[in-house]
Design a protein around this ligand. Structure first.
Ligand code: SF4
Length: 484
């Protein structure tokens, strides 16, 4: 319903705990914001790997009986929002296979940019794919590997893929975690008593009472078994490219990601925005929930009071049924309600983390004005998003990104805001401090750190993002959104 980039997935793994599946279930709860289309857990008792996965929220997928069926001392879990591969149960993870190396289940966060190419080669050589997910490519490479052990087979198969991956895999006896050499997506390592945990964000460690140990390093493969934890770095070093959007929007503010507090970074973005784009106003209002931290930072530096002038209904799920045409104008009001006592007669600074197509922002500006706001000054806590992501984030094609095809003045006019300002790229990078060179900023710059295929016939899913949609090719994103 909101016009946002969407994170693809969250992963969780735990080894050596008698309630492994139950803790994986809790971990997935904490990671639910990273994917709401499907959820799954695989567990092992040392002899056999079992899996349960379904479409829907974590709370809907698992009940007591399902969790009781996932016995064992180790488990991995996954929440998914699809990017590569359509949203079907067959693409839900963990994906479990049985091959010459034994059973193995896999969970993946990221996007493999050479998956299409590898898949075509594998199919030519006789492989039969059961899903349209890029992750299955890793399993085929693993199954075909002649390496003597599952660990070596895994290292060999991962060595053939490029792009973004934070992976957790489970065999009957081992938990294996790996992060791509660029470190696009986060992966944290934690401890709970004798148990080891790996997870996308540290908020999952907090929920189960585990302690954060460190991040799984870019290019690192960690193998956890009854013998303990073994770390190795089998791949050539690469330029680091942590996804800066994790700090801007995706990750929960109570998480530490890439070694930094998301809350602190996000608040700094708001502070910097107040320095770069000040405005005379009476109240700073965030678009909840994503704009809250930045709005607090903006209010702190500007001295303008922070108020919750928009209240979000948290109980509108993905199953929300669009009302009939006659009452569709309710639109964004289903999710956001303005607080008239805060907005009426006021000059409002409206804070959000990003604008993708601009459709929702336009509706929200209208909503705030309808509640009596005298002026609405839109402030965005990151630079204009002008390019799609190919590293595990669901983004529309370039022609649909309003900032890719329109000037600041045109966007302001479309939103019907009294002023509009984005945070500059320098300001964004300043918020991550000394690590600024280690971040991917491709969606703001169009400069991609890992080359991706551009053959439209072979790599439709990826290339479509850069090309106009033929069905809607009117030459203007604004023309597209204005018709909706
Ligand atoms: S392109 Fe943007 S969303 Fe994708 S990995 Fe880079 S910073 Fe993150």
């Amino acid at each position: 319903m909101f016009d946002k980039f969407r994170e693809e997935c969250g992963v969780f793994g735990i080894f050596r705990h008698h309630e492994a599946a139950n803790l994986a279930y809790l971990g997935l709860y904490a990671l639910q914001h990273r994917g709401q289309e499907s959820a799954g857990i695989a567990s092992t008792d040392g002899r056999r790997v079992r899996v349960a996965r379904e479409m829907g929220y974590v709370a809907d997928v698992f009940d007591e009986a399902t969790l009781n069926g996932l016995q064992g001392h180790a488990a991995i879990g996954h929440v998914r929002y699809s990017t590569a591969g359509s949203s079907l149960l067959e693409n839900a993870q963990p994906i479990l296979i049985d091959c010459a190396h034994g059973q193995i289940a896999i969970c993946h966060n990221g996007n493999l940019v050479n998956a299409g190419e590898l898949r075509a080669d594998l199919v030519r050589e006789g492989s039969i794919f059961q899903t349209s997910s890029d992750t299955e490519v890793v399993l085929h490479l693993y199954a075909r590997s002649k390496a003597p052990t599952p660990e070596e087979a895994f290292v060999e198969s991962i060595g053939q893929v490029t792009g973004a991956y934070s992976l957790v895999m489970l065999t009957s006896e081992q938990l294996i975690a790996a992060r791509d050499p660029h470190g696009f997506r986060p992966l944290a390592l934690g401890r709970l008593g004798e148990a080891w945990i790996v997870c996308s964000e540290t908020c999952a460690l907090d929920l189960i009472g585990a302690t954060y140990v460190r991040d799984v390093e870019p290019g690192e493969v960690i193998v956890i078994s009854e013998k303990g934890l073994k770390s190795r770095k089998p791949y050539p070093q690469a330029h680091l490219s942590h996804c800066i959007f994790e700090h801007v929007y995706f990750s929960r503010p109570d998480s530490y990601v890439f070694g930094l507090s998301v809350n602190e970074v996000r608040t700094s973005l708001g502070r910097q925005l107040a320095r770069e784009a000040p405005v005379d106003a009476d109240v700073v209002v965030p678009i909840p929930d994503s704009g809250v931290c930045a709005a607090m930072g903006y209010a702190e530096v500007s001295g303008i009071p922070f108020r919750m002038g928009l209240i979000r209904n948290h109980y509108v799920g993905r199953t929300f049924i669009q009302p009939q045409q006659s009452i569709r104008h309710f639109g964004v009001k289903v999710k956001l309600n303005p607080v008239r006592s805060i907005l009426e007669g006021r000059r409002v600074v409206l804070l959000d983390d990003s604008i993708v197509r601009g459709t929702t922002s336009r509706k929200i500006v209208k909503l705030v004005k309808a509640a009596g706001a005298r002026e609405v000054h839109m402030r965005i806590s990151c630079p204009p998003t002008v390019s799609p992501c190919f590293y595990g984030v669901d983004t529309p094609r370039r022609s649909e990104l309003i900032a890719a095809t329109h000037t600041l003045g045109e966007i302001k006019k479309y939103l019907q805001a009294d002023s509009l300002a984005y945070l500059g790229l320098e300001g964004l990078l300043a918020a991550v401090g000394q690590q600024r060179a280690n971040y991917c900023t491709s969606c703001y710059t169009g400069q991609y750190p890992v080359e991706f295929p551009r053959d439209a016939d072979k790599y439709l899913q990826l290339t479509l993002k850069l090309q106009p949609d033929p069905a809607r090719a009117t030459g203007s994103a604004l023309a597209n959104v204005a018709r909706q």
